[in-house]
Write a protein that binds this ligand. Structure first.
Ligand code: R1P
Ligand code: MN
Ligand code: MN
Length: 403
């Protein structure tokens, strides 16, 4: 029986979104943003030399059509990615009005977001008093810190000492529909932070804020602060069935790897494996070996986005892509007849761009196991319909299979 492995390379956009002008970073429209294309250009120009050197080397992803998809999506031919495709590729366009992770994943799973998310657009004094009051009550503190747009690593460095002195949680947001809470795992307490997020989530979700995100960190003023791997996203539940439900309702097993569990609030998921991207890649290799016939494995590799995209770190992003390419190169020979591996992304996060937020872009669709060719321009929701068609389960919603 066929199996499907749907792998999201978080934020690996390929530019060219037709509505990029309606999205912004620090007030600058996302028009022209191109995560993969600008990384490849910087590498070719010798401008991404930290921990690596020279042109971006992605032989496996290039053979699966990454360069062709980027050129089709944006007109930018990424240097060094011009291999003749040996897989099936496409460039996908999003319709949901958000450039955030839940919007991208829900639509890839066949469910465009049917509402406008609530944002906190003011860069300072971002949160309304009723939200601040609820946060203070949920924290059991005498106030909050931050109340602004921020990069999560910068605000922890800046406000970590005051957080330790006052016990006040650091609350911040971004261009996404998120309410993020950074707190010290020991001094404030990890479970206390999770409890605070759980207490606030119903109010924020009712406002159509997509996620309350726990951002635990450790360290001190002398040695500095660092976020831990205990991040937890408290996301709004998807409002209708999507790919994981369709597969599960057809009687097949659904494995989730990484943030997929949080993004979908475990809807339609039988088992979840979490950890760093390196650990997640081990789980993906294991599941290619052992996943049941007919099953769906749905994975998210977040560190392209969280460690490099939001940090505007081009060299780091290139290193992560080259590591990932090597791993996928080792994975392909393990695929069985009837397996489909589909690599895609949920939005862009161009590390050469201004600001620190996601960038509105098209995303690649790279498929191993379904012959050689191209579907050209497709829609995010077509990914779900195509995976469902491959598995032989009925699809719902606006997506159409391109297989
Ligand atoms: O800067 P950090 O804390 O990584 O936050 C980033 O991660 C959030 C969720 O993807 C985004 O909205 C952006 O704010
Ligand atoms: Mn994402
Ligand atoms: Mn992000």
């Amino acid at each position: 029986m066929p199996r499907a492995f749907l792998v999201v390379m978080d934020s690996v956009g390929i530019g060219g979104a037709p509505d990029a002008a309606s999205f912004f970073n620090d007030g600058v429209p996302d028009t022209g943003a191109n995560t993969l294309g600008h990384i490849a250009r910087a590498c070719a120009a010798g401008e991404a030399e930290e921990g690596r050197s020279g042109p971006l080397r992605l032989p496996t992803l290039s053979a699966l059509g990454l360069g062709r998809a980027t050129a089709l999506a944006s007109g930018l031919e990424p240097p060094g990615l011009d291999a003749a495709p040996t897989g099936f590729w496409a460039a996908a366009t999003e319709t949901s009005p958000g450039k955030d992770t839940p919007s991208g994943h829900w639509e890839l799973a066949g469910l465009p977001v049917p509402w406008d998310w609530h944002y906190f657009p003011d860069k300072q004094n971002s949160f309304p008093q009723e939200v601040i009051d609820a946060a203070i009550a949920a924290a059991g503190a005498d106030g909050i810190l931050g109340n602004c747009h921020a990069s999560g690593t910068v605000i922890v460095d800046e406000l970590g000492p005051e957080h330790l002195r006052t016990g006040r949680p650091i609350c911040y947001t971004s261009a996404d529909s998120v309410f993020q809470i950074a707190a010290h795992e020991a001094a404030f307490g990890l479970e206390r932070l999770y409890d605070m997020c759980r207490a606030l989530a119903p109010m924020l979700h009712a406002m159509k804020v997509g996620r309350v995100i726990a951002r635990p960190f450790l360290g001190d003023e002398t040695n500095g602060f660092a976020r831990t791997g205990n991040r937890k996203d408290f996301a709004i539940e998807p409002p209708a069935p999507l790919l994981t439900n369709w597969v599960q309702e057809a009687g097949a097993h659904v494995y989730a790897i990484g943030k997929i569990g949080d993004i979908f609030s475990m809807t339609g998921i039988d088992e979840l494996r979490k950890g760093s991207d390196e650990v997640l890649m081990g789980h993906l290799h294991d599941l290619v070996e052992e996943a049941e016939d007919g099953s769906l494995t749905f994975a998210n590799f977040v560190e392209f986005d969280s460690l490099y995209g939001h940090r505007r770190d081009i060299s780091g992003y290139a290193r992560a892509l080259e590591w990932f390419d090597g791993e996928i190169g080792r994975l392909l020979p393990k695929l069985r007849d009837g397996d489909m591996l589909l690599l895609t992304a949920d939005h862009g996060n161009d590390p050469s761009w201004t600001g620190t937020d996601h960038t509105r872009e098209r995303v690649p669709v790279l498929i191993a196991g379904r012959g050689v060719g191209s579907a050209g321009q497709v829609m995010f929701a077509d990914v779900a319909a195509s995976v469902a068609a491959h598995l032989g389960v009925p699809a719902q919603g606006p997506g159409r299979s391109f297989l």
